[in-house]
Ligand binder design. Structure first.
Ligand SMILES: [Fe+2]
Ligand SMILES: [Fe+2]
Length: 300
């Protein structure tokens, strides 16, 4: 249970840009509630979402703005509102004075504006530049993880956390020396110990961001069901499902892609390998869901 009170302009995160500022007040089950201020004489628009079920709702608290809709100009002032669902083209607005409105959207958007998240994203880009064999690794892992999680019917809120966590899972590698990341041969125990720090380092880095749920997921993405993983040798259910999903997506991507010392393996080979390690390393339900995804996509 949670009951949260916000007083006097409090917020989860606040972003200030040139013409506007925006505060995230609450989020849950994929829905976000924000307060946005836009300065006078600015243009903006709402645009179609990829997801037809998304609803966006705006309630004007202060100021005036106008929009153009079906060739007509419509003015909005305090206590007016509008909402959009399944629109097919952009709807354009202009602020006639400084405007403050409440904005509710049923799909996560704030992460695209969040300064902490964009900082994290740029660190991940640096990690991928350091390790030339992991270009776009994070994005692919996030894509696989989402497909598996949707198959397993995780709630919207968990999907959202999983998406951010899988995209950021290797962020802690920013501390791993390039020579170790790119070493073609076998790693020494010492070097391997350094690699093993990245889940905890990553968890530490994202602590305190408004995506609180991602800390544990990132910390546990190299744990294995039988306790042979790192950093904490957790077992079975001690490892959160989201981390078990990333473990499968991560391993699959590492195996299918080319490395310094070998070519990538075939999809079928990688899947067989995951299946061979079911219950010792990987979650059976996760691997089964992934197999279904690959089959639907015609990759096996
Ligand atoms: Fe990792
Ligand atoms: Fe990874």
């Amino acid at each position: 249970m949670s009951f949260t009170i916000g007083k006097n302009g409090s917020f989860i995160e606040h972003v200030k840009l040139d013409a506007y500022d925006i505060s995230l007040l609450a989020r849950g089950d994929g829905t976000e509630i924000m307060i946005q201020t836009i300065a006078k004489d600015n243009y903006f628009y709402i645009y179609p979402s990829e997801n037809p079920d998304v609803m966006e709702f705006f309630y004007i608290l202060q100021g005036e703005l106008e929009c153009e809709h079906e060739g007509e100009k419509i003015k909005f002032g305090p206590n007016d509102y509008y909402y959009a669902k399944n629109i097919t083209e952009n709807i354009h607005f202009k602020t006639l004075s400084d405007v403050v409105y409440l904005w509710v959207i049923t799909e996560p958007t704030f992460y695209q504006l969040s300064e902490s998240i964009s900082e994290f994203t740029s660190i991940v880009e640096k990690v991928e530049q350091k390790d030339r064999y992991t270009m776009d690794h994070s994005e692919r892992v996030a894509t696989y993880a989402m497909k598996i999680a949707k198959k397993m019917r995780l709630s919207k809120e968990r999907l959202e956390n999983l998406y951010i966590a899988s995209f950021l899972h290797d962020i802690g590698k920013i501390n791993t020396p390039e020579e170790i990341l790119n070493k073609p041969g076998k790693l020494t125990d010492e070097e391997y110990d350094i690699i093993k720090r990245h889940p905890s380092d990553g968890a530490e880095m994202v602590k305190g961001s408004y995506y609180d749920g991602i800390v544990t997921i990132i910390e546990q993405h190299h744990e294995r069901l039988n306790g042979t993983g790192y950093p904490n040798r957790l077992q079975g259910e001690q490892i959160v499902l989201e981390a078990r999903i990333i473990a499968v997506s991560d391993t699959f991507d590492a195996m299918t892609e080319d490395r310094a010392y070998r070519k990538g393996f075939t999809v079928q080979y990688c899947l067989d390998e995951l299946k061979r390690l079911v219950n010792t390393h990987y979650d059976e339900n996760v691997v089964r869901a992934f197999e279904e995804v690959l089959r639907e996509e015609g990759r096996i």
